[in-house]
Design a protein around this ligand. Structure first.
Ligand code: S3P
Length: 433
């Protein structure tokens, strides 16, 4: 499926984006290890989350799906041996977090995924899980999926993550819940903390001191209700659209505003975008609120370094797009992790935005983008990466002339309603099957 987009006039409206992907994965997986039921309201129903549901069902977890909620029948600590490989599809979060669960289960399991996931690094979970006593192996000298796990007794670990990764951190927190003793997990930088918040909300013993997280072993979690707020990363496409078109206004309701996710807002504030947060409240230990954004006429480039990257890791494609419309230069460094996402995102951003006339220098760990204040329509490719597909569609809305983005089916990975919402805002586009 391709999409053809025309330059769009101002947008105006009030929207809600679907449930947060990271929180939905965690509600399902941590729900499965609870004693009692976990009811998940407003879960994201996308391909990635479906992969998690399917894998959990193969492990014997009962998940009842009714309209806008999932009920996960918690199994406490014991699961069933799957009779087939567990297919995580495109989802790194599914594969990495589930590995932390399977490491302690007394059976044999294999996790695999699609072409993209089978190229993503897995040594980062295999090494620390082995230190905990896990029998876990990966293809190509433990670097890539498929991953094979033969469940074993686990012991606690003191471990400093070499990269700031919420997926790796969550894998180790989950394994630690089943291990003997208290584990100490240290992050080199602060990454999204949905797992820590959720374990605490489900009455688990977890403590944070600075960059260190202490998790007590052999504990059980308590089933509760979880409301999934709107996904900040999905909202960011519409924040960008409103910010880049003069006289636009958008309000996004029930939006997750966890500060370990909203680094993008800090960056666009520095660039000069006007926004306002209101009605900030807590829901199951997660901050939720309303966000209003106004179209900006004058924006300036900024610098983003390694400390900020984990707080906006999925928004760098959008920051790159906005940078094209700024005065001056934007420099993004310490972002090598982007090369290991669903595509090599530094390469994808550079290649596709350059076709639209952008002035980008690609470095090993980042990008330098010179603001040129306009882009021209072009024929582009999504690299089969949902976030690249959506960023390029937004780029098409603000470029001069016509843009075609090829292979946009991948938006279903995280945001199946993306084109419907664009339509609601009266953006001019046409889907070509
Ligand atoms: C995620 C963490 C991030 C992010 C991904 C989802 C999560 O990855 O890019 O889309 O749910 O934990 P890393 O923390 O591995 O960089």
């Amino acid at each position: 499926m391709d999409v053809e987009i025309q330059n769009s006039g101002k947008i105006e409206g009030e929207i809600e984006v679907p449930g947060d992907k990271s929180i939905t994965h965690r509600a399902l997986i941590f729900g499965a290890i609870c004693k009692g039921d976990v009811t998940v309201y407003n879960p994201l129903k996308s391909q990635d989350c479906k992969a998690t549901v399917d894998c959990l069902r193969k492990l014997g977890v009962e998940i009842i799906q009714k309209e806008e909620k999932f009920t996960v029948k918690g199994r406490g600590g014991e699961f069933e041996e799957p009779d087939d490989v567990l297919d995580c599809g495109n989802s790194g979060t599914t594969m990495r977090i589930l590995s932390g669960l399977l490491a302690s289960q007394k059976f044999y399991s294999i996790l695999t995924g699609d072409d993209s996931l089978r190229k993503r690094p897995m040594r980062r979970i295999i090494e620390p899980l082995r230190l905990m006593g896990a029998k876990i192996f990966g293809r190509s000298n433990d670097n890539f999926p498929p991953i094979t796990i033969i469940g074993n007794e686990l012991r606690s670990v003191i471990y400093k993550l070499p990269v700031a990764s919420a997926q790796v951190k969550s894998c180790l927190i989950l394994a630690s819940l089943f291990a003997e003793g208290t584990s100490e997990i240290e992050e080199p930088g602060i990454s999204r903390d949905h797992t820590e918040r959720m374990v605490k909300y489900l009455s688990g013993k977890i403590e944070k001191r600075g960059r260190k997280i202490f998790v007590s072993g052999k504990q059980s979690l308590e089933g509760k209700e979880i409301f999934v707020p709107g996904d900040f990363s999905s909202a960011s496409f519409f924040i960008t659209l409103a910010a880049l078109i003069k006289n636009s206004y958008i309000k996004i309701k029930n939006l997750g505003l966890n500060p370990t996710r909203t680094g993008f807002l800090e960056v666009i504030k520095r660039m000069g975008v006007k926004f306002r947060i209101s009605n900030l409240r807590q829901m199951n230990n997660e901050p939720v609120g309303e966000l209003e954004v106004w179209g900006s006429e004058k924006m300036k480039g900024t610098k983003i370094d390694k400390n900020e990257i984990p707080l906006l890791i999925d928004e760098i494609p959008l920051i790159s797009l906005i940078s094209c419309f700024c005065d001056g230069e934007t420099e993004i460094t310490g972002a090598k992790e982007l090369r290991f996402k669903e595509s090599d995102r530094l390469k994808a951003i550079n290649s596709e935005l350059t076709k639209m006339g952008a002035d980008i220098t690609e470095m090993e760990d980042g990008l330098i983008i010179k603001g040129i204040k306009k882009l021209k329509g072009a024929e582009l490719n999504s690299w089969n990466d949902h976030r690249i597909a959506m960023m390029l569609t937004i780029a098409g809305c603000v470029a001069d002339g016509k843009t075609v983005v090829r292979n946009v089916d991948c938006v279903d990975v995280s945001f199946p309603e993306f084109f419907n919402l664009l339509g609601k805002l009266e953006v001019k586009f046409r889907i070509i099957k």
